[in-house]
Every structure is written in C-alpha cells, then in structure tokens.
Design a protein around this ligand. Sequence first.
Ligand SMILES: *Cc1c(COP(=O)(O)O)cnc(C)c1O
Length: 389
Amino acid sequence: MKPTNGFYGRFGGVFVPEILEKNLNTLSKAFNSYAFSDEFKKEYIDLLQNYAGRPSPLYLSQKMSEKYGTKVYLKREDLNHTGAHKINNTLGQILLARHMGLKRVIAETGAGSHGTAVATVCALLDMECVVYMGAVDMERQKPNVDRMRLLGAEVKAAKSGTQTLADAVNEALGEWCARPDDTFYLLGSAVGPAPYPEMVTHFQSIISEEIARQLQEKEGRSYPDMVIACLGGGSNASGAFYEFIANDKVRLVGAEAGGKGVESGQTAASLNLGRETVLHGSRSLVIVDENGEVKEPYSISAGLDYPGIGPLIAHLYETGRLEAVAVTDDEAIEAARDLCKNEGIIPALESSHGLAAIKKVDLPKNGIVVINLSGRGDKDMDLILNYNN
Ligand SMILES: *Cc1c(COP(=O)(O)O)cnc(C)c1O
C-alpha cells in the first residue's frame, strides 16, 4: 500500500517548518529514484546478507504450536546484527545519505536500539554521527550509550520536556532545521513527515518478503493466516505486514503497549486511545489530554513508550484491516519468561508484547500464525528477572 501525496487515508502528510520542506522534497526524490535502482538494490541486499545476517530464520515453535492448536512461527529479527529489525532501515537510509553526498547524520533514540544501529552504519560508511537521547533514557539505558560512543557516535542529551523519546525527536528535528544543508536525519520508525513512513516501511518490508518465501518453502503456500507484531512507532509491524496487506486471507494483529492497563492513565495504547493529532511532522492517532496536549505515555518497554503511531498503521486500524490488542506490562513479562524457559530465547520486552497477544485473539484452528520477534532481550534481562507483579 502506497501513500497518496504522503497520506494514508486521513493520516500522514508533511507538517513541518518551511525550512525543512525543501529537505523533505530532496529526500523524496532521492528515495523514489535511487532506492529502486539496480545499483542500490545490489549493495543493500549484499549488506543485508553479509553484514546484517539476513535472511533471518523463520522458526517453528513446536511447544507454542501444540499449546495453541495452530502452527506458530517466530520470525527471528532478534538474530540480526545489533539485535533487532532496526538495522534493515538504517542500512537503507545510510546508503541514501551517501548517495545524496551528505556526510553528517543525526538521529533520535529512545532505548538506544535505533541509536546503536545508526552509530553502527555510520561507522561502516565513515559518517559523522550525532544521536539525540532523552537525559532520563540515557540514565536508564547506559550500556547502549556506551555502545554508541564506542562506535564513534556523539550522544547528546535531550533535556526538554520529560527527557525521553518524544523530546529526542524534537531536538533532532530542531537540529535539522539549524543545519539543513549538510545533515541527513536518519529516522528510526515509520513515523514523521513524508517520505519517512513510506521509506522506513519499504526498508522493513524485507521482513514480510522473507516470510512469504520461507512459508512457500516450508508450507507450500506463501502466506500465513495471521501475522502478529508489536507496535511502537510501527516499523517492525509495517515491515512484517507489508506483503500481506492486500491479501484478505491474512489477519493482521498489532500488539500495543497497554502499560498498566488501557484505562489506567499509564499506557502507550495509541490505537485504542488516540485522537487525530499532528505530532512530529505528521497527522496520526496520538494520546492526548482533554486540552489536546500530547500526554506522556508509559510502557515497561522503552521501545513502545511513544504517544503516537505511524500513519500506515493508524489507517489500517481505522479501516478495520488491522486488529489492535493492548498488552499490559504483566502480560508481556509473563510471555518473555515463558519464551526464555520454553524455547531458550530471550526476547526484547517490545517483542514480548507480540508474544503475549497470541493469548488475546481468536486463533485460526490448525492454521499458520507468524509472530515477529523484533529483537533480543539482553537489554531487558534485569526487568524480566526482577519484575514483581
Ligand atoms: C524499536 C523497537 C521496537 C518498536 O519500534 P517499531 O518502529 O514499532 O518497530 C520494537 N521492538 C524492538 C526490539 C525495538 O528495538
């Protein structure tokens, strides 16, 4: 599904200061021509295979299949270099940056997963790298700050607002306004002004392309009955769904962060609660208060702790194509512990929301369900081990 003039239905668009409009136009043109050229594809695919380790396995969990009465496959994005799906997008965008002749890259990061992936590809292609991160997040995710610095990035603390992800995005956008001519903004999710949602989705769609191919080999048909993915900004979900959006036989399920409960006031369930609002350069569903002010989101999982959602996901939800399930902290932790014990896989807490969602939907009997295991959980071990519910 392609956007029309940057919009998916009512959602998306470009709502930025005038000074950035030219940059976004240039970026759109570069994306639409270069990212579809043979030259780009050859290098991108080579890096995905030989640097990032793709294709990632599609693993059949015997135990989950037995338990749920349907085949349950895990798409192992946790096995990618740097430990999550983020590398698919950063490799694509960094090749674009180099093609555009830009040598300085800025990015935002929440937990540090995207920042790490950006610092990684900047090291690879000898680019200057500045990552904005909320001051509070820098405290909470110190190992990732060290990782970025070791890779040669400068990590700058965002000290405005709640000093978390949304503030880091604001500072990165501000910096882009200050230096629009020599700087590439490498955005980490399927959010922000056009063309970012489309571009990030495109680079992540390798996930569903591989799922289709792998299912054809293993099951003799190229689509599952259901795909489940967790929702932060929506990039791993958009990528895991993309090939199947036009196929009505495939149910799409998004697992959003219920936090302490959708009605608790401490949640990041932007589909369940969101109002149509402009945030970070595009219009989508955003959690706001009575006055229309963006509310501080909450989730145990830093990667899902965002008040908005990408415009494609908002559109799929609003048109009834996507089922949204809110998964609480408790449920995500339980699912994480189960996967550790039963499969020997430590999942990211973000991904654990997708794992938990399988208990909350009507499953196809004797069908095929794919859960996108978006990342590994080394960064979350302390929480998974010591959480008390
Ligand atoms: C960043 C992250 C997410 C959330 O981001 P999306 O853009 O919604 O995919 C989910 N899982 C992991 C492991 C992440 O690092």
